[in-house]
Design a protein around this ligand. Structure first.
Ligand SMILES: Cc1ncc(C[n+]2csc(CCOP(=O)(O)OP(=O)(O)O)c2C)c(N)n1
Ligand SMILES: [Mg+2]
Length: 559
């Protein structure tokens, strides 16, 4: 509260800046290092979600940043809190997500003594963030928090860490609020657009790859219209399936782990590859084998909002420094000297053949059939959240994303993301259905946030593909060291009982045919729910079994 002398505590100034910049949600684990900030939140209209582990809190904030394009915000305490939260910071970095994390710091007069839980945040987070700072002077809070939001959200978005010493937060100061930050759009210039149109006009086998952040539903729609107008094949890169309507007649499929070999061939033999928004990192580039480095073998156009990404790995024939939102808007008015040859339908036929029907699988539950049931029965406003593991291969192959930000999952391949993301989505959009799809390993990495879901009465369904394995790693292990199993088997808890112990709903499914009823019961419970699927460990990918991988590896190794 402002005093008669027009002063506020630094903590109040800080929380007022969050409001100015449009923050609606804060995720936290409390600490004595930032009690004053918590107290300032007490009287604000910002919704606070108290979590069970800072990794969960940071991932929730990251998920908010991912779907809104505005910085997600979390608060954590010093040393152990901040290092727990590093998991979410790394995801924001790799996924280009705007995130601002505030860390309580020891009092200013104790610094440099290695006081209780003291860390040098600039040193610890320097390599992981776009910017890390510590605010000593409460009068500079409006300036520096404004800078944090601008840096996190603009160019290639990413994480910012702001340390706030405990004693600084309680100082009183008379200072004016900053104006709200606004996203800065970088638009393509006329010369670049002309060159782009000329390259596309003469291309015989062009393909458009979508990725990265700084998208919106409008931008996705504009790209969709453009692609259809010219029957241009469009693929989405790893974990960015939501950037293109999978029912579009131009959709060429998901370019991530285990993609359709025909899609890989189509890209390799394309005479023009247009990469809009993404970086084409290790996973979508198939371990950097798709495009030659530094000069791709085909004509290559790279459009990215971060100037530092253009020419970083690939030296493009045409580099355009623009946000996907601004570039998509420019596409609406783009005129071609002649329409390019359209192969959208052929690419889409390949995609449909790859994904229409689930593959055969060993065991009672066919996870592909479950995914096909979910895609056919969930309304398009459903948000799908997941972390990492082989189970996600079935999502990428069989689910069909229809809307922007419908898929909330880490391109960084980080386990443990699905449950926190689902909590965050349900806090943000209480009226939208949310489904978390998890592996048994993946789920327990942040399964404690199931308690947060129960605490806030945020019902969503977690579908756990329980194969009793860190399956991804077992798969690699069998390939590299066939038969020499170590550290990849899991003895799991009774997942439905776990759900019930937390105050949720739980059910186990042993046969594919029982899934629809179990899922319906989970939804109808009105509680956070777990549907545990008994997955045969042999069903390691949609196309191969563990035994086949082992046999192939043994055959290849020789005596
Ligand atoms: C935080 C984190 N730790 C470790 C890994 C390495 N890793 C990738 S997948 C995986 C196993 C996933 O197991 P599970 O969730 O059960 O899925 P499955 O592969 O069995 O389907 C591991 C350990 C990772 N990606 N992220
Ligand atoms: Mg598993």
């Amino acid at each position: 509260m402002r005093g008669k002398d027009n002063t506020r505590t630094a903590a109040e100034v800080l929380v007022d800046q969050l409001r100015v910049h449009g923050t609606r949600h804060v995720f936290c684990v409390p600490g004595e290092s930032y009690l004053a900030a918590l107290d300032a939140l007490h009287d604000s209209d910002i919704a606070v979600t108290v979590c069970r582990q800072e990794g969960g809190a940071a991932m929730m904030a990251e998920a908010v940043g991912k779907v809104t394009g505005r910085p997600g915000v979390c608060f954590v305490t010093r040393g152990p809190g901040a290092t727990n939260a590093a998991h979410g910071i790394h995801i924001a970095r790799q996924d280009s997500t705007p995130l601002v994390m505030f860390v309580g710091q020891v009092a200013r007069d104790m610094r440099e003594r290695e006081a209780f839980q003291e860390l040098d945040y600039r040193a610890v987070f320097g390599a992981m963030t776009k910017w890390t700072t510590e605010i000593d002077d409460p009068a500079r809070l409006p300036e520096l928090v404004s800078r944090a939001f601008h840096i996190a959200a603009n160019g290639r978005p990413g994480p910012v860490v702001v340390a706030v010493p405990e004693d600084m937060l309680t100082e009183r100061v008379a200072v004016a609020d900053a104006p709200p930050y606004a996203p800065i759009e970088t638009a393509p210039g006329p010369a670049a657009l002309e060159k782009f149109a000329a390259m596309l006009a003469v291309a015989l086998t062009p393909i458009l790859l979508l990725g990265g952040s700084r998208w919106s539903q409008d931008a996705c729609d504009a790209v969709g219209r453009f692609a259809q107008r010219y029957s241009l094949p469009v693929a989405t890169t790893f974990r960015r399936g939501h950037l293109f309507d999978a029912l579009s007649p131009c959709y060429a499929g998901d370019l991530g782990i285990g993609p359709n070999p025909k899609l890989v061939e189509r890209i390799k033999s394309a005479d023009l590859v247009i990469l809009l928004g993404g970086r084409l990192g290790e996973l979508p580039s198939q371990s950097y084998t798709l495009l030659d480095i530094p000069r791709p073998q085909m004509n290559f156009v790279h459009i990215h909002p971060g100037i530092e990404e253009l020419g970083r790995v690939y030296s493009p024939h045409l580099a355009i420094h623009a946000t996907p939102t601004a570039f998509a808007a420019a596409l609406e008015n783009l005129k071609f000297p002649q329409p390019p040859a359209g192969q959208g339908a052929a690419a889409n036929a390949d995609y449909r053949q790859w994904t229409d029907r689930p593959t055969d699988q060993p065991g009672g539950v066919n996870f592909g059939a479950v995914m096909v049931w979910l895609r056919d029965n969930l309304p398009p406003e459903t948000l799908i959240c997941n972390g990492a593991g082989n189970f996600a291969a079935w999502i990428h192959r069989f689910f069909r994303f229809r809307r922007f930000a419908q898929h909330v999952a880490p391109a960084s391949g980080s386990m443990g993301y699905g449950v926190p993301a689902a909590v965050a989505m349900k806090r943000l959009y209480p009226d939208r259905p949310v489904v978390c799809i998890a592996g048994d390993g993946d789920f327990l990495m942040n399964g404690q946030e199931f308690a947060t879901a129960v605490q806030y009465g945020t019902p969503f369904v977690v579908v756990i593909a329980d194969n009793g394995l860190y399956g991804t790693i077992r798969m690699h292990q069998e390939r590299e060291y066939p038969g020499r199993v170590i550290a990849t088997a899991l003895r799991n808890p009774d997942f439905p009982a776990y759900a019930r112990a937390f105050g949720g709903f739980g059910v186990s499914v042993e046969r594919t045919a029982d899934f629809p009823a179990a899922f319906a019961a989970a939804q109808q419970s009105g509680k956070p729910a777990i549907v545990r699927l008994a997955i045969d460990p042999e069903a390691i990918t949609p196309v191969t079994t563990l035994s086949q991988i082992r046999a192939q590896a043994l055959a290849g190794k020789g005596p």
